[in-house]
Design a protein around this ligand. Structure first.
Ligand code: PLP
Length: 383
C-alpha cells in the first residue's frame, strides 16, 4: 500500500514514540502531583512545552496544550471572542476547517456575534484589500487558516496579520496543515494565536497546542483544576506532549530538505496528471501551495469511485477532508472557490510525507489515468 493521505494523518515517528515511552511506563505520575513521580512528569511536560516554544520562537508560557487542532481552534476563536470586550464581529474565510467554521457558527447562533467572510479567489487566496476593509472597531478577532487541507492553498499570513495589527485586531491562524512544512515562527508570521495538531507531523493523535501571545487571554472553554495556565483544565497527557515536541523538532530540522524534495515530487505529479488525464483540473493555487499537496477534479467521474479504483491498485488517498469522507455533502471549500456541485463530487487529493519516494509518485502517475478511465467507462459516476 502506498499512503498518500498525510493531510488526514501522518504515521507516528519512531523517535516520537521513544520520547513518549518513559511517560507511558515508569514516569507515570500526574504532573500536578507534588511528589517525586509527579515532579518528574512535570519536568517532562515543561520540557515538551519549551521544545515546542523553541520551534515557534515564543516563550513556553505562551503554549497551551489541547486535545488537538479542533480544540485549539475552538479555544482561540470562542475562548478569545467570549472573553473580549471589543466588538461583536469575527472576520474569517469560507474555506476554513469545520473546527473554525462551526465555532464561528456557534458564536453567531448562541452569542449574537456577526461572522463575516473575507472573499477568496478561484485559487482559494484571500483578498487582502477586502480583508482590510472588514477590520473595523467592531471586529473582535480575525482568523485566516495558514494552509487549506483540501486544496493546499497557502495564505499570505504575515500580510494578513500585518493588516490586523495595524487595525488593532487580534489575529489567529489555523496552522494545522502548515506545521512541519512551513515556518511556524510566530514573530515572522506576526500572529497573536496559532493552532497546531501533532498527528499531522508525525506526533501522536489526540494532542495539539495553541500559541497565545502574552497578554492575549482567552476565556477557558473547559473548567476544572486550572491546568495549562487556567486556559484548559484537565490532567495533561505528558507522553503525548513529549511525542508532539519530538515530532515537531524533527520536522523543523528536516523541513528545508523535505520541502525541496516534496516540491519536485509534487510538481512532477501535478504536471503528469494534468497532461495524462483528460479533463483534469488542479484545485487550489499552483504557486501558493503546500509542498506535499496535489488535489484535482476529474470531470465526469465520482471522486469516491476513483478512490476505490486507486485503492484496488494499492494507492490510498482521499477526496478531500477526512472529516467529510464518505458523506454525500459537497465540499464547502470547493463551493467557495466557485466549483459547481457535480465537479466538486469528483475531487481527489494526494498528500505525501517524509516516507514518500519517487517510486511512489511514479506509481500514482501510472495508476491515476487508468483509474479515471475505468470509472468513466464503467459509468461508476452515474448517481
Ligand atoms: N484544522 C485543519 C486545517 C485541519 O486539517 C484539521 C484536521 O484535519 C483540524 C483543524 C483539526 O485537527 P484535529 O484532527 O487535531 O482535531
Amino acid at each position: 500500500m502506498i499512503y498518500f493521505d498525510h493531510a488526514a494523518t501522518a504515521p507516528l515517528r519512531r523517535e516520537a514514540l521513544e520520547a513518549m515511552w518513559p511517560y507511558l511506563t515508569n514516569v507515570f505520575g500526574n504532573p500536578s502531583s507534588s511528589h517525586e513521580l509527579g515532579r518528574q512528569a512535570r519536568v517532562g511536560l515543561e520540557n515538551a512545552r519549551a521544545e515546542i516554544a523553541g520551534v515557534l520562537g515564543c516563550s513556553p508560557g505562551e503554549i497551551t496544550f489541547t486535545s488537538g487542532g479542533t480544540e485549539a481552534d475552538n479555544l482561540a476563536v470562542a475562548g478569545f471572542a467570549l472573553g473580549a470586550t471589543r466588538g461583536r464581529r469575527i472576520v474569517t474565510t469560507a474555506i476554513e476547517h469545520q473546527a473554525l467554521l462551526e465555532t464561528c457558527a456557534s458564536l453567531r447562533r448562541d452569542h449574537g456575534f456577526e461572522v463575516v467572510f473575507a472573499p477568496i479567489d478561484r485559487d482559494g487566496l484571500v483578498d487582502l484589500t477586502a480583508l482590510d476593509s472588514l477590520l473595523t472597531p467592531e471586529t473582535t478577532l480575525c482568523s485566516v487558516m495558514y494552509a487549506n487541507n483540501e486544496i493546499g492553498t497557502v495564505q499570505p499570513i504575515a500580510e494578513s496579520a500585518a493588516l490586523c495589527r495595524a487595525a488593532g485586531v487580534p489575529f489567529h491562524t489555523d496552522a494545522v496543515q502548515a506545521a512541519g512544512l512551513l515556518t511556524l515562527d510566530v514573530d515572522e508570521l506576526n500572529v497573536d494565536m496559532l493552532s497546531i495538531s501533532a498527528h499531522k507531523f508525525g506526533g501522536p493523535k489526540g494532542i495539539g497546542a495553541l500559541y497565545v501571545r502574552s497578554g492575549r487571554i482567552p476565556q477557558p472553554l473547559i473548567y476544572g483544576g486550572g491546568q495549562e495556565h487556567g486556559f484548559r483544565s484537565g490532567t495533561e497527557s505528558v507522553a503525548s506532549a513529549a511525542g508532539m515536541a519530538k515530532a515537531l523538532t524533527l520536522a523543523a530540522e528536516d523541513r528545508i530538505d523535505l520541502v525541496l524534495l516534496d516540491l519536485v515530487l509534487r510538481d512532477r505529479l501535478i504536471d503528469a496528471v494534468l497532461k495524462s488525464v483528460d479533463g483534469a483540473i488542479l484545485t487550489g493555487s499552483q504557486s501558493q501551495r503546500l509542498p506535499n499537496h496535489a488535489s484535482f477534479c476529474f470531470a465526469n467521474t465520482f471522486g469516491e469511485s476513483v478512490l476505490v479504483e486507486l485503492e484496488n491498485d494499492g494507492i490510498i488517498c482521499s477526496s478531500g477532508s477526512a472529516c467529510a469522507a464518505g458523506s454525500d455533502e459537497v465540499s464547502h471549500v470547493l463551493t467557495a472557490i466557485g466549483i459547481d456541485d457535480d465537479l466538486a463530487r469528483t475531487a481527489v487529493r494526494l498528500t505525501f510525507g517524509p516516507t514518500t519516494s519517487e517510486e511512489d509518485i511514479n506509481c500514482a502517475i501510472a495508476a491515476l489515468p487508468a483509474a479515471v478511465s475505468r470509472v468513466r467507462s464503467l459509468g461508476l459516476y452515474s448517481r
